[in-house]
Design a protein around this ligand. Structure first.
Ligand SMILES: [Zn+2]
Ligand SMILES: [Zn+2]
Length: 266
């Protein structure tokens, strides 16, 4: 495998939320411990292009949702040499508020989204407050505006974004949730986003309380395993441990931007 056929992947940490472990699982948790969530966007770089997975939330949304914005996303991207205004492709895992805000920072980008997610976020399920809860009206409207501006590329199920980068519909947590598989120097890495919030969700077959369909969540864990070279190639969407397992992108970025195409610490 020549180097130019693979991609570098970076997790860019931007947000944090302290919560009890019981808040992370349907049925609660027998351990009475703190299990914070961390918030990331991901950058995939190779073949002379940069692909961004998800766009996070900004300071105002963090305040509204009582989540801490640790560092603005553009700062994290600039720290590894990415100019957001030049990015041409943004993949959106799903339309929840913590994955699709900051919609003005990539003015040139085309947004890659599953058909099902757009239909879900603009259809009858949004009449239900339980299902609507993780969505923000302005985020969804911003995506509709991009659609009419010719800036949305739809995908249905499995599709190729570029050679070595594919999206795969998982559903479950949100009806049209997709994960991303990327060819790297260590094999196929799967950016799960919210297909598994924490390592424990897929390792122990447990389900995060925000869900459209728990059966699809559980099936999704099998899909992640099939897509990834090994379980150590699956990257959860909200696990603080990602920042400990993977090396900093460069000196000074410890705990902020880590390199996911590098081998993890065991
Ligand atoms: Zn979500
Ligand atoms: Zn999320």
């Amino acid at each position: 495998m020549a180097d130019d056929e693979t991609y570098e992947i970076y997790a860019v940490h931007y947000g944090h939320h302290d919560r009890p472990s019981s808040a992370n699982y349907i049925g609660g948790d027998v351990h009475d411990i703190l299990q914070p969530l961390d918030y990331y966007v991901w950058a995939i770089i190779g073949r002379g292009r940069t692909y961004i997975l998800d766009t996070g939330f900004d300071a105002a949304m963090g305040k509204k949702r009582q989540r801490t914005l640790v560092r603005p996303i553009p700062d994290g991207l600039k720290a590894i040499g990415i100019a957001p205004e030049r990015v041409e492709d943004v993949i959106v895992s799903h339309l929840h508020y913590d994955h699709t805000g900051n919609y003005d920072i990539f003015p040139r980008a085309k947004y890659h989204l599953q058909d099902t997610e757009m239909a879900y976020a603009t259809g009858r399920c949004m009449c239900r407050s339980f299902l609507k809860m993780p969505f923000e009206e302005e985020d969804v409207v911003a995506m509709v505006r991009k659609l009419f501006a010719g800036r949305v590329a739809f995908h249905d199920g499995t599709d190729e974004i570029a050679p070595g980068i594919t999206v795969h519909k998982i559903g479950g947590h949100s009806k049209g949730l997709q994960c991303v598989r990327v060819k790297t120097r260590r094999g196929y890495v799967v950016l799960a986003a919210d297909a598994t919030h924490l390592y424990k969700h897929f390792e122990e077959g447990r389900v995060f309380p925000t869900t459209y369909n728990p059966a699809e969540v559980l099936e999704g864990y099998d899909t992640l395993r099939k897509l990834a070279t090994s379980p150590a190639h699956i990257i959860p969407g909200h696990d603080p441990d990602v920042l400990r397992r993977y090396p900093a992108a460069k000196a000074g970025l410890e705990g902020w931007v880590v390199r996911l195409d590098a081998d993890p610490r065991q």
